[in-house]
Design a protein around this ligand. Structure first.
Ligand code: PLP
Length: 394
């Protein structure tokens, strides 16, 4: 049996129609399948490969660490230099109140940890989240996901969760002295890239301060330069109480983190001790890879290039079928009339060597969120293919 047959036979399927490309090599912005066909990657593993696939610096760090040690002991017991180095690097590039880093194995696990932290720190249970938000697929993260279609099949979920409309005064008004935390994406990605106003975010910050609720930012998709600043919260002129990271955090290795000030983080240390534990969180290979990726991002000043690369996409992607392009840096939603228009264009683009997809809550929008290292030449080539597919289809 070939890999394709074995994939459908033995690998659990999350949808009836996976992309099912058999990629054998990936480098920079490109991927190659087993027939040797070359693809430009416009989605970066969903905002993971910000520094490109198989980045040399990342591979070198993984190799070096793999010769020293792999897993030693559960999280938080031994002093492991890759973990210490990465926590220090992150803290050095964050406002000083975000100084205590808890590394997890995934984004959803960071969300779980952050919500536990808020409940313990505030001694409250109410969690306010937003319609059309995505925070992961574990039961806690699913409880705050902003869509009843996905939540409903898995009820009962966490109690005391309220969903509000992103960017509205009503959402701020419901935050009260019963609220443990407000959890939100810095930019709602899966809704098709929507950012609230600076004024709204600042009002949200003030209200959380007034009532003593923790403001928890999900930057799992927006972190590490994706939206044109290192962290998306910078654009709002405020700092969250808890920052959740994932995806690009590991430079291609599986990793998440929730970051808070030491005083908040301390609630998981005692009464009970071991308030949040993980065997593999902060794995030495992941930390070594993630730190190398972050250093590369900073050294190459990739964040400063995001705006001009996004502008080039927007300038080139002009077609009667394209209704709008919403973007926050290189997190871009190209809007078509419907999924029925978008999907065949996406399929045609893939067949011509450009990998893209759609958004969970915005199936009529094409996702463009490439590695931040994408070159002008690659952008021009990818856009030419997308425009050709717009002409070809329907
Ligand atoms: N939060 C956001 C905004 C995400 O986009 C994702 C994943 O797509 C998650 C959380 C969950 O991360 P993970 O898939 O690593 O659990």
């Amino acid at each position: 049996m070939n890999n394709r047959a074995l994939f459908f036979k033995h690998v659990a399927q999350t949808s009836p129609a996976p992309l099912a490309l058999e990629i054998v090599k990936a480098k920079g912005c490109k991927m190659w399948d087993k027939e040797g066909m070359e693809y430009i990657d416009l989605i970066a593993g969903i905002s993971v490969a910000n520094v490109g696939h198989s980045n040399k610096k990342v591979i070198k760090a993984i190799r070096k660490q793999s010769e020293q040690y792999l897993h030693l002991l559960v999280y938080g017991e031994f002093i492991e230099s890759p973990e210490v180095k990465y926590a220090h690097l992150l803290a050095s590039n964050l406002p000083e109140q975000l100084n205590s880093v808890y590394f997890t194995n995934s984004g959803a696990e960071a969300v779980e940890g952050a919500m536990k932290l808020a409940k313990r720190y505030t001694n409250r249970t109410e969690i306010i989240a937003f319609h059309q938000s995505y925070h992961g697929s574990t039961q806690g993260a699913l409880s705050i996901m902003g869509d009843e279609y996905w939540r409903n099949a898995y009820r009962p979920l966490l109690p005391d969760v309220r969903h509000e409309e992103y960017g509205t005064q009503a959402a701020i008004d419901v935050i009260s002295a019963k609220t443990a935390c407000v959890v939100l994406e810095a930019v709602q990605a899966e809704r098709g890239v929507y950012a609230p106003t600076v004024a709204w975010m600042q009002a949200l910050r003030r209200k959380c301060d007034e009532v003593g609720a923790l403001l928890i930012f999900d930057e799992i998709q927006t972190g590490f330069g994706r939206t044109g600043s290192l962290w998306a919260f910078e654009r709002y002129g405020m700092v969250p109480d808890v920052l959740m990271l994932g995806k690009a955090l590991g430079g291609g290795m599986p990793m998440g983190a929730f970051i808070a000030r030491r005083e908040v983080m301390n609630v998981i240390t005692e009464n009970p001790v071991l308030g949040h534990i993980t065997t593999f969180g902060g794995h030495p290979l992941c930390c070594a890879a993630g730190a190398a990726a972050f250093e590369y991002l900073l050294e190459k000043e990739l964040v400063a290039q995001v705006a001009s690369k996004a502008a080039l996409f927007k300038e080139l992607l002009k077609h009667p079928k394209i209704k709008a392009i919403r973007n926050e840096g290189l997190l871009m939603a190209v809007e078509f009339e419907s999924f029925d228009v978008n999907k065949p264009i996406i399929d045609a683009a893939i067949s011509k060597g450009v990998v893209t997809d759609w958004f969970l809550f915005a199936p009529h929008c094409m996702r463009i969120a490439p590695p931040l290292i994408i070159s002008e030449k690659e952008i021009k080539k990818a856009c030419a293919v997308i425009l050709e597919c717009c002409d070809l289809v329907g």
